[in-house]
Design a protein around this ligand. Structure first.
Ligand SMILES: Cc1cc2nc3c(=O)[nH]c(=O)nc-3n(C[C@H](O)[C@H](O)[C@H](O)COP(=O)(O)OP(=O)(O)OC[C@H]3O[C@@H](n4cnc5c(N)ncnc54)[C@H](O)[C@@H]3O)c2cc1C
Length: 454
């Protein structure tokens, strides 16, 4: 009989495929099951799937395994947000310090690459087209249904990780029936629809390539992330109904065309056939899912299965990858003592992932509305001055979330306190865009010596 340690992963999406590589590195024989077909066999083209912004926490989890560079090859750095105003004016707000960027990567491509990496490991056995239809946390039993034959099979695992996404079957069958399991699923008022902005005829990008483009319009917004083939994956986020501008009013091509001409005229000029391509991607809903506990018996929830969020801070995948980092670090500390690892994992991650979800909701208002607000721009300007003046003491909220692995709960708390302090500074000295830099620096020094640094 073999003494090889074994583990099962349900769902080989972004988190599951990465976690398989981690477990194999720890000496486990890993078997994964996914309801989808094998993405490695599908001809993927950039721009045909959601684009994700990968940031520090994601890179940290990838680099730990030495696979970050393989992903960097399919990622485009975005150093700033480019804001497109209604009157066509364009302004740029850098994300962080010089050379700090978040990276645009196609969800399909990164998943296929991670599966390719996992599939090359002898101890990883990847299975597709099988749907998990039952799970019991205590016994480790789970049932699979083959999507092609309809055949059902029963299995048992000593260690099972559920990375089967926001609507996790393992959570539903295994956890939601447990006594005292807390669960909430909240849809926000808004949905999203993707639109592909094609490349110029010569294959170049129609917009600045190394930037994330935003058309903020108060209650809704359009964003665009670059692809390698010169196209941009654009996403319109907007209420489903009950608003002046909402998806339910865009019922035919004429209305779609009128809408773009009126609210995104510069985008319409680049893509006058937008109405013809409107139906190419479905209208989708956005939900936050909170639950607890995340572990029970032989099973643990990771990634969206534990903490699905809305996409406005670009943290869903990054946070799921950070789950892998945290679980891995606990394995270094506690070996194969899974009861202890599971407890520490859920206790340390839950408050952080709650904060990540709060930050995600908070950032929707920032992106669709505040980026055009003069006070927000002033806060942003002062934050950058502060980060330059006190590089060891002052890190702006966005940087804490996207360019560091500061625990999300601390980022949320400190970030909001910092912004409050800057707002007070602006109000106290009536600062505005005309205030010269040297005056600004002097006041910042004075004020923060007293108020923040003690
Ligand atoms: C519009 C949008 C934009 C986003 N932008 C960003 C971003 O910029 N940055 C970022 O970090 N995150 C972003 N996200 C979030 C990110 O996509 C998710 O957080 C991430 O995909 C979660 O990974 P996961 O592996 O936990 O789940 P998933 O990627 O959903 O993978 C789950 C896997 O489980 C499989 N599965 C499901 N049910 C079963 C079952 N019953 N049996 C077997 N297999 C099953 C699925 O087929 C899938 O392969 C965005 C999300 C959306 C919707």
């Amino acid at each position: 009989m073999s003494n090889q340690k074994t583990a099962t992963i349900i769902g080989s999406g972004l988190v599951g495929s990465l976690w398989a590589v981690y477990l194999a590195k720890a000496g486990y024989k890993v078997t994964t099951y996914d309801r989808r077909s094998d993405l490695r066999n599908v001809a993927l083209s950039a721009g045909k799937s959601i684009n994700l912004a990968t940031s520090f926490r994601g890179w940290k989890a990838l680099d730990e395994l030495g696979i970050g560079d393989a992903i960097r090859e399919i990622a485009i750095p975005m150093y700033s947000r480019t804001i497109h105003a209604l009157d066509g004016k364009i302004s740029t707000l850098p994300y962080g310090k010089e050379n700090q960027a978040i990276y645009s990567v196609s969800r399909g491509e990164i998943n296929a690459k991670l599966l390719e990496i996992a599939g090359q490991i002898e101890n990883v056995n990847l299975n597709f087209d099988v749907d998990c239809v039952f799970a019991d946390t205590k016994s480790g039993k789970f049932k699979l249904k083959n999507n092609k034959t309809g055949e059902e099979s029963e299995h048992t695992s000593e260690l099972l990780f559920a990375t089967d996404g926001a609507f996790s079957a393992v959570r539903y069958h295994g956890f939601q029936k447990l006594d005292r399991f807390s669960y909430s699923q909240n849809y926000i008022e808004d949905g999203y629809r993707e639109i592909l902005l094609p490349a110029n005829e010569d294959g170049t990008h129609k917009l600045e390539k190394n930037s994330l483009h935003i058309w903020p319009r108060g209650r809704f917004m359009l964003i665009a992330l670059p692809n390698f083939d010169g196209s941009f994956t654009c996403t319109l986020f907007m209420p489903f109904d009950n608003h002046e501008y909402c998806f339910n009013k865009l019922t035919d091509r004429d209305k779609v065309e009128e809408f773009f001409k009126e609210v995104f005229p510069d985008f319409y000029d680049m893509m006058p056939n937008v109405a013809n391509r409107w139906e190419e991607h479905p209208l989708s809903a956005l939900a936050l899912i909170r639950c607890y506990p995340w572990t029970n018996g032989k099973m643990a929830l990771m990634g969206d299965a534990a903490h699905a969020t809305v996409p406005f801070y670009g943290q869903g995948m990054n946070c799921g990858f950070e789950d892998c980092t945290v679980m891995w670090e606990l394995m270094q500390e506690h070996g194969d003592n899974w009861p202890v690892i599971f407890k520490e994992y859920e206790q340390s991650r839950k408050p952080n992932c709650d904060a990540m979800q709060d930050l995600s909701l908070q950032n929707y208002t920032v992106m669709r509305d505040k980026v055009t607000d003069p006070t927000f721009k002033m806060i942003h300007k002062i934050e950058h001055r502060m980060a330059n003046l006190f590089p060891d003491n002052y890190i702006p909220l966005y940087s804490m979330v996207s360019f560091s692995n500061t625990e999300y709960k601390h980022a949320l708390k400190y970030g909001n306190e910092q912004q409050e302090a800057i707002l007070n500074l602006i109000e106290k000295y009536n600062l505005n865009d005309e205030t010269p830099f040297d005056t600004l620096d002097e006041l910042i020094f004075q004020y923060f010596k007293e108020a923040v640094m003690g």
